[in-house]
Write a new protein. Structure first.
Length: 477
């Protein structure tokens, strides 16, 4: 067989092989057939994750290794430190910067690069600009910002992710930089750990005139004193905003979105902001919000949900996590107001599910077009409530009940026979009451099932056979 097939045919076969599942081999296994198949396997790879250490890799050896992947376009690189959570030794920092030089010289077709371990220097970032002209996605850890002018050397860049770190003993400068007009092609921007007084953002906000997605995490500000007014420039075109653990600066951001942004259709806020700031945004916003994802345990109240029902008439996705102050009144109002629009509902670890019996049944009866339902981590959810809701949800394609410890086999048996015929993805991890028999019925009756999250011990021989025949991806993590 090894000699009959030509290289081109073997490469085409390798490209069409499905990725590894719990019960099928991966494309990497074919590399064990022969040295020729190893060479052809590498030549077909476009994505590669690497975890390296100075103990087992040198920059020249990395260059040599990467030269075997001529079509590599996506590279994810992490570097193992000697001791977990320990300060990164200077040798590791030097090693990391040298690896960037090796990547620059070996991967001319690179479009997506992610370096996940520790800060890299601006000088070595610039080493990528000329050798990798097609780089469109870049994710790095860097020292505090001083200037973002280096972005001009990456004309194809559309996604940028930066985590800022402060070197011990280093002071945050507040000096301003030269101001000139520029227009970056960035459409997606992920920023983490911006500190008050960080400068350079004034120019960045002014230059991101095509930004559609902004994600801020663990940020205490959006730059120095001049950055606030410049933020208006990028906020006008935003369609998606995600804010996680950003403290009180969230109120300022929401206020600017109200004043300047009408294109926003997706908003995520986790663990930050205030009741007043959120309510003002909901009541005053002029955007047609379609997706709302909130994890605000002590902030979100029924008044917010009532305002959502009135002001966001195009809402198609509502996700709530650990919202302990919410009552059934707000949820029922949204269910009635958005009965013909809402396609996704998540009530993750929301004790209102336990406090108000009949709530899920009412929501199921109102939300006739619901396609995605996530009730994960509601440990007190019982079969009766769950089954009553699913009886009215005949359009579900995705169902998650991970961590619902009181659900039993009855939930799966009834739901798979009477409803959920269109299910494509199911997550029943950490549900001790749901056993192998129910899983087997689920796989047998849900003919459209393509993804299943479940413990390996709950897969019978019959389930394994069905999973293999139907190419169902099984995730047992």
């Amino acid at each position: 067989m090894d000699t009959i097939l030509c290289d081109e045919l073997v490469e085409e076969v390798l490209r069409r092989l499905a990725p590894r599942t719990q019960f099928s081999s991966s494309t990497a296994d074919v590399s064990l057939v022969s040295k020729r198949w190893l060479r052809l396997y590498r030549s077909t790879r476009s994505r590669l994750p690497l975890r390296l250490s100075p103990d087992n890799c040198t920059p020249p050896s990395l260059s040599s290794f990467l030269s075997h992947f001529p079509h590599l376009s996506v590279l994810s690189l992490s570097i193992a430190a000697a001791v977990a959570d320990a300060p990164v030794p200077p040798a590791i920092s030097i090693f990391r910067d040298q690896l960037l030089l090796s990547i620059a010289s070996s991967c001319p077709n690179l479009t997506d690069l992610q370096v996940c371990s520790g800060p890299v220097s601006h000088f070595h970032i610039l080493s990528l600009s000329t050798p990798c002209p097609h780089l469109t996605n870049l994710y790095l850890i860097v020292c505090r910002p001083s200037s973002f002018h280096w972005l001009l050397l990456f004309p194809s860049l559309k996604l940028l992710g930066l985590i800022f770190t402060l070197v011990p003993g280093e002071h945050v400068d507040t000096a301003s930089e030269e101001n000139f007009d520029a227009e970056l092609k960035l459409e997606t921007l992920y920023l983490s750990r911006i500190r008050p007084g960080h400068y350079g953002f004034d120019w960045l906000w002014k230059s991101c005139k095509k930004l559609t997605l902004l994600r801020l995490a663990r940020c205490q500000g959006i730059g120095d004193d001049t950055s606030a007014s410049s933020f208006v420039n990028c906020s006008k075109s935003l369609q998606e905003v995600e804010l996680s653990s950003c403290g009180s600066v969230v109120n300022d951001i929401l206020s600017k979105l109200v004043e300047n942004c009408t294109s926003l259709n997706s908003l995520l806020i986790h663990d930050c902001g205030s009741k007043e700031g959120l309510l003002q945004f909901i009541t005053r916003s002029r955007c047609n919000l379609r997706k709302l994802d909130l994890r605000l345990p002590l902030v979100l109240k029924t008044s917010h949900l009532l305002a959502v029902a009135v002001n966001f008439r195009g809402l198609s996705s509502l996700r709530l996590h650990s919202c302990s102050l919410v009552t059934g009144e707000g949820l029922k109002t949204i269910g009635l107001a958005r009965s013909n629009d809402l396609e996704e509902l998540a009530l993750v670890n929301c004790d209102v599910v336990e406090r108000e019996p009949g709530l899920l049944t009412t929501l199921g009866q109102n939300l006739k077009k619901l396609r995605k339902l996530d009730l994960s981590d509601n440990e007190m959810l019982v079969d009766e409530e769950f089954i009553s809701m699913l009886a009215s949800c005949n359009c579900l394609t995705e169902l998650k009940v991970r961590g619902c410890k009181r659900l039993t086999n009855a939930s799966m048996v009834v739901s798979t026979f009477k409803s959920c015929e269109q299910l494509e993805s199911v997550d029943i991890m950490n549900c001790p009451g749901i056993g192998a028999e129910a899983v087997e019925l689920l796989v047998l009756n849900c003919l459209r099932l393509r993804k299943l999250h479940v413990e390996k011990s709950k897969l019978s021989d019959a389930s394994r056979l069905l999973v293999w025949k139907r190419f169902i991806g099984v995730f047992v993590h």
